[in-house]
Design a binder for this molecule. Structure first.
Ligand SMILES: *Cc1c(COP(=O)(O)O)cnc(C)c1O
Length: 431
């Protein structure tokens, strides 16, 4: 498989080069030259395939011959060694729980897959690889956890000061070793902008072999399509589901669209957004305008200019009519998010996190018009990551899993950074 740049000003490369580079040298995102079709045999045997084997069969065409089969099988097995349960919430709606990995959010799968691929590739490199990543909350922890102690790889994480939850902050600042956390006095878009600028700075890219671990990186983005296959494995209804995806940078939704393009049955997608709804507005109106991010309760979705939007357009050849036929956009306020967490706990005993609540509400609204259909929403984080929001609404404390307890006792280690590129540049050039 070759990957081309969506800006078309850089040569196509294989999976290895795309993973190491993160972003194409012209600043574009890499995109696969063809979309593999799931074979009829794969789709027929889907319900009985073990998770790891399904992961291998789906990822193989994207990886090509850049990783030997046995090595890729090991990487896949390590990546998906925890469950992805579909849990009924109402008669019509189920949660696909993606928070059973080590950092309690869905980004573990992409981060684990990417770290292991990069670990394999860096064994053939003489120079260290530096992963430079901006996080709105959960990416940082997943990337730090996935890369901790990986030989030949250093990780530099930029996160917006005061805009991530205490558990999230600890997950990316407490590990140490090859992980450095830069605490930016700004918002996520500032962090993302700084990272993008570093990738186009020749002085930096000749000093360090830089790569990104945001869903910009194909090795982070592509394995996320597995969630939708695991959901289908457990889906109890004959009709395919309506799937609501709580979205920020749109990597997760875009991976679902890719699985659908490969042949996975999905009835309809819902792009569930908080107040940062540039893509939802595009779906409604046909015109797109990036805007500055605003802070909300679902902080991992506070993205004003989502990177993967260009991939979404590419998948549909930029045709708004086709895109909006398959995907609806929804905007959910903080007030509705709170009310949804409270109501769903009281009526159904299900504990939502703010991101899942946005998706569940968007799905409920859609299904009101489609009472015969059934839906899934992606519950992307464990509610314990957002206790200050969830606990007062449900009137109880949420137990911290033991692994998180231990982490919370570790000291926070971060370096403050003004949201100016010169500061980041200086930091990187001195490494
Ligand atoms: C990152 C994140 C999202 C948004 O996912 P994208 O792929 O960026 O759209 C949603 N929920 C949680 C909990 C996240 O960490």
């Amino acid at each position: 498989m070759q990957y081309y740049s969506l800006r078309h000003q850089a040569p196509s490369v294989d999976f290895r080069a795309a993973t190491i580079a993160g972003q194409a040298p012209d600043g574009g995102l890499y995109f696969p030259e063809s979309i593999p079709r799931f074979s009829a045999e794969l789709l027929a045997s889907l319900k009985t395939l073990p998770q790891a084997e399904l992961a291998l069969r789906v990822m193989q065409p994207y990886v090509g011959d850049t990783i030997p089969q046995a090595e890729l099988a090991r990487i896949c097995a390590e990546t998906v060694d925890f469950p992805f349960p579909v849990v009924p919430v109402t008669d019509q709606i189920a949660a696909l729980e993606l928070f059973h990995g080590p950092t309690l959010a869905f980004k573990d799968v992409g981060a684990r897959f990417m770290s292991r691929c990069l670990g394999y590739f860096s064994r053939q490199q003489t120079r260290k690889v530096t992963v430079l990543v901006a996080t709105s909350g959960d990416t940082g922890g997943a990337v730090a956890n996935g890369f901790l102690g990986v030989e030949g790889v250093d990780v530099v994480i930029l996160y917006p000061s005061g805009k991530v939850s205490p558990v999230q902050e600890r997950q990316l600042t407490a590990l140490g070793q090859n992980i450095t956390a830069l605490e930016v006095q700004g918002d996520f878009d500032d962090c993302q902008q700084l990272v993008k600028q570093a990738f186009t700075d020749a002085a930096v890219t000749s000093h360090l072999t830089l790569t990104s671990a945001n869903s910009i990186n194909v090795a982070r983005w592509l394995p996320q399509q597995l969630y939708y296959l695991y959901a289908w494995q457990q889906w109890p209804h004959p009709e395919p589901p309506v799937v609501a995806v709580p979205s920020g940078n749109f990597g997760n939704l875009c991976a679902g669209l890719l699985a659908h393009a490969s042949g996975l049955p999905v009835r309809h997608f819902i792009a569930a957004c908080n107040a940062n709804d540039a893509v939802a507005s595009y779906l409604r109106s046909g015109s797109f305008a990036a805007r500055p991010a605003v802070a909300t309760l679902s902080n991992a979705m506070d993205v004003g200019n989502p990177s993967n939007f260009t991939r979404m357009l590419e998948l549909f050849a930029h045709d708004h009519a086709t895109i909006s036929g398959l995907i609806s956009g929804a905007t959910v306020s903080d007030e509705t998010t709170r009310a949804t967490i409270q109501r769903v706990y009281q009526r159904h005993g299900y504990l939502l996190d703010p991101h899942g609540a946005v998706a569940l509400h968007a799905l409920e609204e859609y299904l009101q018009q489609q009472p015969q259909q059934h839906g899934l929403f992606l519950e992307t984080a464990h509610p314990v990551k957002f206790p200050e929001v969830v606990e007062p609404l449900v009137g109880r404390t949420i137990e911290l899993p033991e692994a998180v307890h231990a982490l919370m006792r570790q000291p926070k280690r971060s370096t403050p950074l003004a949201p100016r590129y010169e500061e980041l540049r200086e930091h990187l050039l001195s490494r």
